[in-house]
Design a protein around this ligand. Structure first.
Ligand code: ADP
Ligand code: ASP
Ligand code: MG
Length: 471
């Protein structure tokens, strides 16, 4: 049975400065007046990237970065404390706690400098510093507003596998730990303010859930606690028909299904971490995407069903963190069937494989792989090639990193959608390198030169959302 609990997650920009935090505090106060609430916070905007940057620099022999980072973190958070917190004792206690956390980060950076390398667990420990700071700051801001709040470290509650930097929760164990602590805290009338993004292995080694992972923290907690609803407060009016930074004409989608939203996130829509909906879709807990800068906008509801239930195109999106791998072969069909089985298995490095296209030559096959995983993909390909029959005539792979994968997401997309997309590109003078087929019947993806990505998005948006009644 669902509890009346709500989980509220605030992203980095929603906690960007004292003013934003004040708005977030008001959203929590409003939710709390209707029942118990758990808050999940990201680091203040930009902090995680600064931590990563500092770690990279110190391992390259630039120790000054550690000092600069400590100063930046303290100044940034101190300014927020001064502006936000009127009770002197609360402010002093909060700052002392933050100083200790920053000292811990400085020690880790010193180890990285001495070792000239990054231990993956220590790096995850460092990257979680931003959330350690913001959880304490946010709890203090709630206390100052007269609400009982307590910071809670998710690394003690979310047990993960050891995939540092992109870990997955072990749900049973995480649920046990969450249920042991959170309900008693709520019963005592406190609002837990949970650090997003972080977890730890069973042995207690720090992990993180991947960049943007606080969304995932919110749904892990929501599922464990059987929340009634989860609210992801961010800086846009919901899930839109396109990223408004690339397509200013994009409009809010009032309702979207778990599956549609997941496809969008996997194909590049940054508004959600791609795994966010995994813990809640089976339990049918609705997830709302709301704008903390425009709290009266109703946002997007993500659920099992949506209205209207008609088929159609939901949004367009784009990934630029992918590369195109081209392989020559003189036995295309044979290579195809074997490669699909061995290279394109979902757990393998080459996550996306597309066998056919309107404009690739018959003796060439194309793959799309994450640019970060390109070395792993190539190792996989070499193993495959070593075992493949010689008459397949496999050539050496050519890699092009300057591409983008632009996608149309909807349901039951057909050849008519593809024809319209190709025409729209042709009108805008965009030459697609390939059309991706076979990922799922709910999306259509095109590989285009990276420099044409934005124009392709705009062309698709015009074609499918601005010229027709489709939505
Ligand atoms: P937060 O810090 O709140 O987690 P993110 O920056 O991770 O926020 O995600 C919000 C951003 O996602 C928006 O500012 C927007 O530019 C981007 N975005 C990309 N695609 C979409 C989309 N389809 N709908 C809404 N926002 C999108
Ligand atoms: N602070 C982390 C990041 O920047 C997690 C998050 O924001 O969700 O990736
Ligand atoms: Mg995010």
């Amino acid at each position: 049975m669902k509890s009346h609990l709500r989980v509220l997650k605030f992203g980095g920009t929603s906690l960007g400065d004292a003013e934003c935090i004040r708005n977030a505090v008001e959203a929590v106060a409003k939710a709390k007046s209707g029942g118990p609430a758990v808050v999940v916070v990201s680091a203040m905007s930009g902090v995680t990237s600064q931590l990563l940057d500092a770690a990279t620099h110190v391992t390259q022999g630039k120790p000054k970065m550690a000092e600069d980072l400590s100063r930046f973190l303290l100044d940034h958070h101190e300014l927020a404390i001064q502006t936000l917190i009127s009770n002197r004792n609360v402010a002093i206690r909060c700052f002392a706690e933050l100083e200790q956390i920053v000292e811990g980060a400085a020690c880790l950076l010193e180890t990285f400098y001495k070792d000239k390398g990054l231990n993956p667990s220590a790096l995850d420990g460092l990257l979680g510093t931003g959330e350690q700071l913001s959880a304490r700051l946010f709890a203090a801001a709630l206390q100052d507003r007269g609400l009982n709040a307590v910071p809670m470290d998710a690394s003690k509650l979310i047990v993960t596998n050891s995939a540092h930097g992109n870990a997955d929760p072990l749900m049973d164990q995480s649920r046990d730990r969450i249920l042991r602590l959170v309900p008693t805290t709520l019963k005592r009338g406190f609002i837990p303010v949970v650090t997003g993004f972080v977890g730890a292995t069973e042995e207690g080694l720090a992990t993180t859930l991947g960049r943007g992972g606080s969304d995932y923290t919110a749904t892990i907690f929501g599922a464990a606690l059987n929340a009634e609803e989860i609210f992801i407060w961010t800086d846009v009016d919901g899930v839109l028909t396109a990223d408004p930074r690339s397509v200013p004409e994009a409009r809010t989608i009032p309702e979207i299904t778990y599956q549609e939203a997941t496809e969008l996130a996997c194909l590049g829509a940054k508004v959600l971490h791609p795994k966010t909906l995994n813990p809640v879709s089976g339990k049918q807990i609705p997830v709302w995407i709301r704008n903390s800068f425009n709290p009266t906008a109703s946002g997007t509801r993500i659920g099992a069903q949506r209205k209207p239930v008609s088929r159609g195109i939901r949004a367009v999106t784009c990934r630029t963190d992918v590369s195109l791998i081209r392989v020559r072969t003189n036995a295309r069909d044979q290579f195809l069937s074997q490669a699909v089985r061995t290279l394109a298995a979902p757990e393998k490095a080459i996550a996306q494989f597309f066998p056919s296209s309107t404009n690739i030559s018959q003796d060439e096959l194309l793959f799309v792989a994450g640019t970060e995983e390109i070395e792993a993909s190539m190792r996989l390909f070499d193993n495959f090639k070593a075992l493949a029959p010689r008459q397949m005539g496999l050539g050496n792979p050519q890699i092009d990193t300057e591409i983008a994968l632009v996608s149309i997401v909807g349901n039951s997309l057909d050849s008519g959608t593809s024809r319209r997309a190709l025409k729209a590109m042709s009108r805008s003078d965009i030459q697609p390198r390939a059309e991706v087929q076979g990922l799922s019947k709910n999306n259509l993806c095109f590989v285009v030169p990276q420099e044409s990505a934005r124009r392709t998005l705009a062309a698709f948006h015009r074609e499918f959302f601005e010229n027709t009644g489709d939505d």
